[in-house]
Design a protein. Structure first.
Length: 261
């Protein structure tokens, strides 16, 4: 069974695959919008259906981004915007399905094939946990993400090693300090302590994200203990944690530049 076939929809938990979605959408379009349905397929001499669908998809994505803009600006709360986001995402998805139908592409096969290609392409990138949460750990600390247990001594040793290597990189240090300064966070610590705190903040952030895993408490406790072993100021770590997304972009920028096509 493909990934697509495992999708559950509806309040009754009915199981439906993407082929069913395509068929339902095609039936709807043929009945209510025949001009832009498979009754009027696109061809070299008839690109109007694709033009219509492209403009429609762009409009729905624009409305989605308008909500995201208001979220970022602080005009909306995420909890209040979720229903509107769901509506716009569904509208955009409907247009995508229409595209597949117009071009005669089996969405289930296309998606399953694409997912298999990406799994192979990114097989060496991070652990299963990191992939599930869409984020990796800083350079030199990737082995922690796949560990069954997180020991304070292991974390502390890896943080020391990674920090020593990175503290020698003056350009990276300036980039990180500048980025942190932009969000109102700046450290006067020595480069080594600065990087140790920074790496630990990233690990603490990653551990805290594993909310659905039974190891979460153990991981967070190990990170806190590692901070003491490193001789770091806990308050400093908490302050750095506020800018951890900025820090991670600096630390992992060379790998995060890749994206799924």
């Amino acid at each position: 069974m493909s990934f697509a076939n495992s999708i559950e929809t509806g309040s009754k938990g009915e199981r439906v695959n993407l082929r069913d979605v395509q068929m339902a959408q095609d039936e709807f379009d043929c009945r209510y919008f025949p001009r832009f349905s498979t009754l009027n397929r696109a061809s070299e001499r008839n690109l109007v259906p694709l033009l219509f669908l492209g403009v429609g998809l762009s409009g729905e994505v624009g409305e989605l981004n308008n909500i995201v803009k208001k979220l970022y600006r602080g005009d909306l709360a995420l909890a209040d915007a979720k229903q509107r986001l769901a509506e716009e995402l569904t509208d955009a998805f409907s247009y995508l399905v229409k595209f597949y139908n117009q071009l005669g592409i089996d969405i289930d096969e296309a998606y399953s094939s694409h997912l298999a290609e990406n799994r192979e392409r990114f097989a060496d990138r991070g652990s299963a946990d990191a992939a599930r949460h869409g984020k990796g750990l800083p350079f030199g600390l990737s082995s922690l993400s796949g560990a069954e247990t997180w020991s304070a001594s292991t974390i502390a040793e890896q943080v020391r090693t990674a920090a020593v290597e990175r503290a020698a990189d003056e350009a990276l240090e300036m980039q990180m300090r500048s980025a942190l300064n932009e969000v109102g966070i700046y450290s006067e610590e020595s480069p080594l302590l600065f990087f140790m705190s920074t790496y630990l903040a990233c690990i603490l952030d990653a551990a805290a994200e594993l909310q659905s895993f039974h190891l979460r408490d153990q991981q967070v406790a190990a990170v806190d203990e590692a901070a003491m072993l490193l001789g770091l100021n806990q308050e400093h770590v908490r302050v750095l944690l506020r800018g951890v997304s900025v820090i991670r972009r600096c630390l992992t920028g060379k790998t995060e530049g890749e994206s799924q096509s």
